[in-house]
Each structure stands twice: as C-alpha cells, then as structure tokens.
Design a protein around this ligand. Structure first.
Ligand code: IPE
Ligand code: IPE
Ligand code: MG
Length: 247
C-alpha cells in the first residue's frame, strides 16, 4: 500500500505547520546562489500544498519569513521579497485549481508595498475557496505577536473594558495573528535543525513535533506522508494517562 493510501486509515492532523528550512544549504551543496535555493523552495511548497489539499488537510501554515530574517544581507531580503511577488502572481491558478484560500500571519505591514498589494489581491481572489487554508507566516515572530496581544489587552484594561481577573487563555488566543485558526496538530521542521525559531510558541503548546534532515527544496509529498504516518502512530495524551483516553 502506498503511504498516501495508508494515512487514510487514521485521522489526519487537521492543521499542519511547517518550518521550511534549508534552502540556503541546498543551494550551496549544488554550487548555486542562495536565491536559487529559495526558488526551489517555492516549488517544494507548491507540491506540499497540493498534496496536503489532496489528502484532506484543512490548514497548512508555513514559516516563509521570520521577523529575525530581516537581519539577513539586504540582497537576500530583496530577493525573497521579489520572489514573494512573482510567486503570488504565478500561483494564483494553483490555489484556485486546488480550492485553497490564502491567508497570512505576521506583521505584513512591514513588507514592501508591492508585496502587500499582491498578497491582498490573492487573499481576496481566493477568499471563497474552502477546501484548505494555506497560511503564510511573513515577517512573523511569536514573541512579537504575544507582546502585541498583551498590549491590546492592557489597553482594554486601562479603558475599563476588561477586568484583569477575567483574562483567560481565549483572550490571548483571540489577540494573536492566528485568531480563528485551530492550534497545529503537527509541526514539521526540515533541514536537521532542532529548534522552533520563534514560530507559534503559544499555539504549539500541544503539537506533535517532527524533525527531518531533508532540506526544504528536497521535501516532497512522500516525506509529508511519512511525517503524517509518524504523527498517526503517536498517542496524544494531553496530560492524561493512556487508560483514560479510550473511555
Ligand atoms: C529557509 O531556508 C528559508 C528562509 C528562512 C527564508 P534558509 O534560507 O534558512 O536556508 P539555510 O538554513 O540557510 O540552509
Ligand atoms: C526559520 O528559519 C524561519 C523560516 C523558515 C522562515 P531560519 O533559518 O531563519 O532559522 P534559524 O535562524 O536558523 O533558527
Ligand atoms: Mg535556515
């Protein structure tokens, strides 16, 4: 049985999050410029988004540019922003064909205006598509996100609209960029790095983590299915004991 068939026998993760890492090393290994690695990273994302939608994942959230990535050499940042614009233009048809709506999390207002306009257009044009939601984390940093949520709640308290005693986990969740998205069930990181790099710190409290040495441009549908199969073999106990789960 193919992996794709095999994963259909058990519940799928509803929300898969991915830290798409390793484009630079992939390029270096082949003697290419880093930008070529990023271009091949877009191809990998197209494959993974299409495969995810095909098997029935409802939410795919990918880390495309972190708030810390602004500190990369100017030329690389510019190349990434240009790639974002050209990919959005090219991939509208992929999204439409696969019934995928586009969404973003992060401080997208700090992106170049051209990126913002292109994003807005694709988000609007795909807003009614409902088979899967693809969320791009762009200029995203989780600490920044939590800080901003705290600021919003503090303002509400100051204005007398919120009693500090009433602040719940939901108040925090609802003030994060991910408002409306369920928490990720499965978080995948490629390229052999074992860290979270400021990605969805609050939201991954109980996500299953999966690390692979594959560099992002080499990560294909079979690798995704392998990660899902691994996820399906785990027991998510949420603090309980095994015997409590089936009753
Ligand atoms: C991930 O690949 C893409 C972005 C962070 C934009 P990297 O560019 O981090 O690739 P490595 O980690 O240098 O190999
Ligand atoms: C994390 O990758 C961010 C993205 C994949 C967009 P990095 O390559 O920036 O992470 P660190 O800095 O090595 O932790
Ligand atoms: Mg990296």
């Amino acid at each position: 049985m193919s992996l794709k068939e095999e994963i259909k026998h058990n519940p799928l993760p509803q929300h898969v999050a991915i830290i798409m890492d390793g484009n630079g090393r992939w390029a270096k290994k082949k003697g290419f410029l880093r930008a070529i690695g990023h271009e091949n990273g877009v191809d990998a994302l197209r494959n993974i988004a299409t495969a995810s939608a095909e098997v029935g994942i409802k939410y795919l959230t990918v880390y495309a540019f972190s708030s810390e990535n602004w500190n990369r050499p100017r030329a690389e940042v510019n190349a990434l922003m240009a790639l974002l614009v050209s990919s959005l233009r090219k991939e509208l048809k992929t999204l439409t064909k696969n019934n995928i709506s586009l969404n973003t999390i992060g401080k997208t207002d700090s992106l170049p205006l051209k990126c913002q306009r292109e994003l807005q257009e694709v988000i609007e044009k795909t807003s009614k598509l409902d088979h899967m939601t693809l969320t791009l984390a762009l200029s995203y940093g989780s600490r920044e996100e939590i800080t901003e949520a705290t600021r919003t709640l503090a303002r509400d308290v100051k204005a007398g609209k919120l009693d500090p005693e009433d602040i719940s986990e939901e108040h925090i969740s609802h003030n994060l960029f991910t408002r409306g998205l369920p928490d990720p069930d499965l978080l995948i990181r490629t390229s052999g790095e074992y860290r979270i790099s400021n990605y969805m710190l609050w939201q991954i409290a109980y996500s299953e983590l999966y690390f692979t040495d594959k560099l992002w441009p080499d990560f294909g549908a079979e690798d995704l299915f392998k990660a899902i199969l691994d996820y399906q073999r785990r027991e998510r106990r949420f603090g309980k004991i095994s015997e409590q789960l089936n009753s």
